[in-house]
Design a protein around this ligand. Sequence first.
Ligand SMILES: [Zn+2]
Length: 320
Amino acid sequence: MKCLLCGENTKEVIADKLRYGEARKVYHCNNCGLGMLQDSRTEKELKSFYNRNYRKKFTPKLNQASNPKELFEVYSNFQSTRIKLIRKFLKKDMKLLEIGCSAGMFLFQVKKYVREVAGIDYDSKSANFASQKCSCRVFSDCIDNLKFKKEEFDIICMFQVLEHTKNPVKFIEEVSKYLKPKGIIYIEVPNLNDALISAYNLPNHYNFYFHSAHLWYFTAKSLLGLMRKNNFKGKVYFTQDYNILNHMHWISADGPQSNCLPGLSQPEFRLRDKFPSDKKKKFNAFIQKMDSEYKKILTELGITSNLSFIGQKSNSRSKN
Ligand SMILES: [Zn+2]
């Protein structure tokens, strides 16, 4: 398979089975670090998959379809990490666009720091929910068919989107048309070097990690390479969403938690109601301290669950 990013021929197969047992290969480019799923779906087929089936198959609760309200509640917990990272780049007069905004949980929280927010999402139910919840423009359409003006936005965000696109190089190129000169892009993708993949020996997790909705698997090197190819200058940050209790669960059972909410919240021990509250506090302070120490180590080692690129459109070789 030819690498989309650097053009090298790559033969290394890092997985031949995906989540739900699908037999498909994931290739890895040893030159630039990009992981690629063997996939033959067209752009049209992918769109219809996201509009109709995605949220039936991939939801916060295993094997249960979820509605926008549920998505909003579950994933609201994790937005503070994102806000913390982008906060210093935001100004009161900015216009921000989020691509793949789902039910609007990030837009809802980031709104107060900028002049205007807007979003797009393939899933029309989520798009409608987000538009009402954040009282802003949210379209359910593709990036090449947008109602926004070219160079309209100061900042464009996309979280866990790029790995789903047919061609990430072209996608970024398309997206940047809506960014002002010197505008900022903030991208978050799953990290192929996630500790659960690269540090722990968890065969079930390994098969769970690779799935048919993720066409690309990024490392810090390949994400930077992709952005450089599109004339963006910036930096990669390592962020961890799931907490230590979620990892403990994987490590001891080599299976997912039945609901992702406890794994994405402040970790808390499951304690008896009758257990005195001062003792409860002590227990939970302990696990929370451990969680923050653990996340520090993952960040230092670059083996967090997510990679975030924040960077600026460079003027030098503008394609507009
Ligand atoms: Zn490559």
